[in-house]
Design a protein around this ligand. Structure first.
Ligand code: A3P
Length: 271
């Protein structure tokens, strides 16, 4: 395998990191309490975070497409753990009030997630540039040296909670096949109206084709991201991993998928 190289400060003790996520913010998050109206979207990168954010924001804001089309999603839905240079972290911007938060855990099959994350790495210029191949990236994944840690470790910490009444699991693949049903399920879970007069427009707004052309959800003009390598809304399909994974890599992920995800009684679509 060819050597991969990093420039800038990407490698810190051999672990890739995002400059905007600091130990201080993570420590503060531990004692942070949310309001009853708050919704926490817990997602591993590239599993459909932005898609879910857009759906939840619209449900919580009377389906206001005018605002959705004029304010970037990252200003409407905060990343608690992330702090842009010269601004407050999402955590600092929140009001602190006691209450039970609703949590939506988003999941996507690990193979498409990893391929999407690999392409995203090519765009990240926050503290350096990743110039490796897919195989290099997969080695980093195996060593658990990708941002937000190992996919399976991440889900093994969240999946034990999905039966709780204030937690809901949303599958990327379900959004692909039956977005209107997911819309209804999420609205019911959030106690938001099942139907706004412009519901059909909202569903249309959430399609890949529309989101691909919507600058408000494409992370344009954000520092640290250079979308020259691939667009944020890249392919938006199920099964792209088949063009990328070797048989051996596929077997390795299958093994952990059986051990971790299926062990929770969850099955995901891979094609
Ligand atoms: P791909 O790179 O496979 O295309 P996140 O928001 O968690 O970073 O996830 C980004 C992934 O979700 C990208 O996957 C993106 O294309 C996909 N995505 C976002 N909105 C989508 C939509 N409306 N339909 C299908 N896929 C969508």
């Amino acid at each position: 395998m060819e050597e991969f190289t990093f420039s800038g400060e990407w490698m810190k003790d051999d672990i890739l990191y995002l400059k905007g996520i600091t130990p201080e913010i993570i420590t503060e998050m531990r004692s942070f309490e949310m309001t009853k109206r708050d919704v926490l979207i817990a997602s591993y990168p590239k599993t459909g975070t932005t898609w879910t954010q857009e759906l939840v924001w619209l449900l919580r804001n009377n389906g206001n497409l005018t605002q959705a089309l004029s304010i970037p999603v990252y200003e409407r839905v905060l990343y608690l753990e992330y702090k842009q240079e010269d601004s407050k972290s999402g955590l600092e911007q929140k009001q602190i009030e006691a209450g039970k938060v609703k949590i939506i855990v988003v999941i996507r099959n690990p193979k498409d997630t990893l391929v999407s994350l690999y392409h995203f790495y090519g765009n990240m210029h926050d503290s350096g540039v990743f110039e490796g191949t897919w195989d290099d990236f997969f080695e980093l994944y195996k060593a658990k040296h990708v941002i937000y840690g190992d996919y399976f470790d991440w889900y093994s910490s969240w999946l034990p909670h999905i039966e709780k009444h204030n937690v809901m699991l949303v599958k990327y693949e379900d959004m692909q096949h039956k977005l209107p049903d997911v819309y209804n399920d999420v609205a019911r879970f959030l106690d938001d109206p099942l139907s706004y007069p412009n519901k059909a427009d909202i569903i249309e707004h959430l399609t890949f084709d529309r989101m691909r052309r919507n600058d408000m959800v494409n992370y344009k003009n954000i520092s640290g991201l250079d979308l020259k390598s691939s667009p944020f809304m890249r392919k938006g399909i199920i099964g792209d991993w088949k063009n990328t994974f070797s048989d051996e890599q596929s077997r390795l992920v299958d093994k952990r998928y059986h051990e971790v995800i299926e062990a929770f009684g969850i099955s995901l679509e891979f094609e």
